[in-house]
Design a protein around this ligand. Structure first.
Ligand code: NDP
Length: 433
């Protein structure tokens, strides 16, 4: 039997610039989200007065009163209530119980797939409450208290990461190979324990698709309601953004099982990086386009609408087919849909696909994902670069993520990975990158 040190070896290599990067991560990124929430409003993205005289703008902004107003008790209560409802649903709703990948300690954890049920129950329950109340007006709270909601999510991200970091010191914890450096700040940021659980409640799996993705659609709906409240109608650009985002979220929740084979679940520990990403970054920044369209409503021509739709579905087709193909192949390489695929058998025992989608580039799924990201920004027009933040940042994230995965796979597969790279040469875009 492996000793504790053999099972949880020390992490000897840092990622993300080590402790310096971790410090920047836990300070600069929350500030960036705050910047977007405070400094973007109906006068401009960013606000017009910031361009006119940034010194005066910041000296007016950075006051004690302003700092106090960031803490909005009602927004905090609503945010916590939302997370609590998601937790209750994760226990209360049925769903297939699916095994995850085998862990280093030989264990296989089980996960209940009820994300999609949670999603539609939230809307049915919310719709019922609003119907009883007799008005959509409670939803306007989100736009009016936006900064308070953003701050609540940031505080929650810090606290949940601290909780899992402290719990990771319990004797039987299985640590992430990359999260056991001994540097507290770095391990806190990158995630120390691989699968923190309270009883059967898997914190990482819960966080992966629910608060971020379901929260994102809920917030989008609140912004659409605000636009309706202001204009007495919904513009086609708002409709399209809502449709794209909801489609992406429903698809991810419908295929919830697929997340069990992603790097987040199989490799990364649960720390501030994932917590902040999914409690704050995704819901608070991915809703930028819907929020922008409240402040700057616009309608698109039918040609524009058709082209953007086509770009989105091209991206989706690549993204979904490639991910499903890998999933189907990994679950059963002999199944009808994937048995024709060529593959490379590795010494590690697993097979790497080298034809079809996975023969075009080593992460063709990332290309599809990015094309979708771009199509979500285009309905906002070209009045500001801020609604394009998602496509810009996501491009950088995917390039970096591909490098990380490449590095991990080189460690996992050794010479087999070099051979695979010599067969499938492109990283993301066939023939280009
Ligand atoms: P992948 O789904 O591409 O998984 C990478 C892993 O798959 C590798 O570590 C390797 O693991 C296995 N693999 C790699 N090449 C092959 C091959 N040729 N044949 C079989 N298995 C292979 O990456 P991610 O987990 O990063 O991403 C999953 C999806 O999530 C992507 O579509 C991505 O775009 C999306 N995503 C979205 C984000 C967002 O914010 N919207 C953020 C990040 C990702 P092993 O061999 O050990 O099984």
């Amino acid at each position: 039997m492996a000793t504790k040190d053999e099972l949880n070896p020390k992490t000897t290599e840092y990622e993300f610039l080590g402790p310096v990067g971790a410090f920047l991560f836990v300070t600069a990124l929350p500030l960036l989200v705050l910047f977007f929430s405070i400094c973007c409003n109906a006068t401009g993205y960013p606000s017009q007065s910031l361009f006119e005289d940034y010194k005066a703008y910041f000296s007016e902004l950075l006051t004690v009163e302003m700092a106090k107003s960031l803490i909005d008790p009602i927004a905090i209560a609503i945010y916590l209530a939302f997370i609590l409802i998601l937790v209750i649903y994760s226990f209360a709703l049925n769903g297939d119980v699916v095994p995850g990948t085998r862990l280093r300690n030989g264990k296989v954890l089980k996960y209940r797939m009820n994300g999609f049920r949670t999603f539609h129950n939230i809307f049915v329950f919310g719709g019922f409450l609003l119907y009883q109340y007799g008005s959509y007006e409670p939803l306007l709270f989100v736009y009016d208290h936006w900064v308070g909601i953003v701050v609540a999510s940031i505080l929650f991200s810090y606290l949940i990461s601290l909780f899992v970091y402290l719990r990771s010191f319990k004797p039987d914890a299985l640590l992430a190979l990359g999260g056991n450096s001994g540097n507290a700040l770095y391990d806190y940021m990158i995630g120390r324990e691989l699968n923190p659980r309270i009883g059967d409640f898997d914190i990482k799996f819960f966080t992966e698709l629910r608060p971020g993705l379901i929260g994102w659609v809920v917030l989008n709906v609140c912004f659409a309601v605000k636009q309706y409240h202001d204009l007495e109608r919904i513009t086609n650009s708002m409709g399209l953004v809502l449709f794209f985002h909801t489609f992406y979220v429903v698809d991810a929740l419908w295929n919830e099982e697929a997340c069990l084979t992603t790097m987040d679940v199989t490799t990364d520990g649960f720390g501030f990086m994932l917590a902040f990403g999914l409690y704050t970054w995704v819901p608070m920044l991915y809703t930028l386009q819907a929020r922008y369209l409240v402040d700057f409503p616009r309608d698109m021509s039918y040609v524009e609408l058709g082209l953007i739709l086509a770009l989105n579905f091209l991206g989706y087709f690549i993204f979904r087919s490639a991910n499903s193909q890998k999933n189907a192949f990994r679950s059963d390489p002999e199944s009808e849909s994937v048995k024709h695929l060529k593959y490379l058998k590795t010494e590690r025992g697993t097979k790497l696909i080298i034809s079809s989608w996975w023969g075009m580039s080593r992460h063709i799924n990332y290309l599809g994902d990015w094309l979708m990201a771009l199509s979500w920004c285009l309905p906002c027009g070209f009045g500001s670069v801020v609604p394009y933040f998602y496509a810009i940042y996501f491009g950088i994230l995917l390039i970096h993520r591909e490098r990380r995965d490449d590095h991990q796979c080189r460690i996992k597969y050794g010479k087999d990975w070099d051979k695979y790279c010599s067969i499938v040469k492109a990283r993301i875009i066939p023939g280009i990158y």
